[in-house]
Design a protein around this ligand. Structure first.
Ligand SMILES: NC(=O)c1ccc[n+]([C@@H]2O[C@H](COP(=O)([O-])OP(=O)(O)OC[C@H]3O[C@@H](n4cnc5c(N)ncnc54)[C@H](OP(=O)(O)O)[C@@H]3O)[C@@H](O)[C@H]2O)c1
Length: 304
């Protein structure tokens, strides 16, 4: 099977990347490869001990790796603003790999009271991206990468109850958040193009990869996710679509990358399929406007 793998990541010397949720799972693998190719990697994580543990593991495998910890809790917009401020102080930013995420949690809420999956997976990503666009532009063509999921295929945006005050289905809310990642990519790509920006936006998904993502699943369901490891994408391979989106010179802005194997679950990375409702321009624009209102962050790009 052909496609993009870690072996295809070009030299990244002189470039700086922020990888969110880089202390474990897919984010850790992305950070490790970028560091191994000579990039400076900022690990945006909410737990300093876990972040420093990951940095030590990367440094073991990549002697001389250029790494830094950036405190980032996407469940708190104040923390997102603090992380952005920290990154603005870097000499440059070439890539923002929005990877941090939670899956199918109980009904929990962010510091601002948003339903957690929508709040962390989408609104935190929207806010961080909006705040860092100027920095990415300074680098003369930085990339934004959104990590979506096969789960977007079952996704619907609950426009009337984004806060989940009336009902809560943890599976539907995860799918909604991952559909939101694709709609945000669509709208960001359109607005960046319309503005003539050198910054570009991409989406990716890892197929299915046995990471810590299943940690909040109900006890009866959790073993299924853990046992699926035999036929899914090892985390190192699950990182390939994000690496392609972030570094492939041939990557197409606005494109969605994912595994090319059976049922899109595993294998080398290439163009991925998205459902028609992930391409709805009206929904993408509406989501952008609502997200700007909810977060109080205006990424400063006019509608296309
Ligand atoms: N694994 C899959 O099969 C799969 C499939 C489709 C899409 N994805 C997507 O891939 C991304 C990475 O998932 P993964 O599989 O690597 O899961 P993971 O092993 O659970 O890693 C998730 C990462 O996100 C971080 N995170 C969670 N909440 C956060 C918050 N409030 N602020 C900052 N960071 C936070 C976690 O930090 P802590 O360790 O501190 O909690 C961790 O570093 C997610 O967006 C997920 O939706 C995964």
């Amino acid at each position: 099977m052909t496609g993009f793998t870690a072996a295809d990541v070009p030299d990244q010397s002189g470039r700086t990347f922020l990888v969110t949720g880089a202390n474990t799972g897919l984010g850790f693998e992305v950070a490790k490869v970028l560091a191994a190719r000579g990039g400076r990697v900022l690990l945006g994580c909410r737990d300093e001990d876990r972040a420093r543990g990951a940095m030590a593991r990367i440094a073991d495998e990549v002697p001389g790796a250029d790494l830094a910890f950036v405190p980032l809790d996407q469940a708190d917009l104040a923390s997102v603003a603090g992380a952005a401020e920290r990154v603005m102080a870097e000499p440059r930013l070439d890539g923002l790999i929005n990877n941090a995420g939670v899956m199918m949690t109980p009904l929990w809420r962010t510091a601002q009271g948003f339903e957690l999956q929508f709040g962390v997976n989408h609104l935190g990503t929207f806010a961080l991206t909006g705040l860092l666009l100027p920095k990415l532009a300074e680098a003369g063509g930085g990339r934004v990468v959104m990590t979506a999921s096969l789960a977007h295929k079952r996704g619907r945006i609950d426009w009337d109850d984004l806060a989940a005050t009336r009902k809560y289905d943890r599976y539907a809310r995860y799918s909604q958040s991952k559909l939101a990642n694709l709609l945000f990519t669509l709208e960001l790509d359109r607005r960046l193009r319309a503005a003539g920006s050198a910054v570009t936006a991409y989406a990716c998904h890892p197929g299915i990869s046995t990471t810590e993502l299943g940690r909040n699943l109900p006890a009866l369901v959790k073993p299924l996710f853990q046992l699926s490891g035999g036929f899914t994408n090892p985390p190192a391979a699950g990182a390939w679509p994000a690496l392609q989106a972030a570094t492939d010179p041939a990557a197409i802005p606005g494109e969605y990358y994912g595994p090319q194997g059976l049922f899109e679950i595993r294998g080398p990375s290439g163009a991925a399929k998205r459902k028609p409702w992930a391409r709805e321009a009206g929904a993408a624009r509406r989501l952008w406007e609502i997200s700007a209102t909810m977060t109080g962050i205006d990424p400063g790009l006019a509608p296309a």
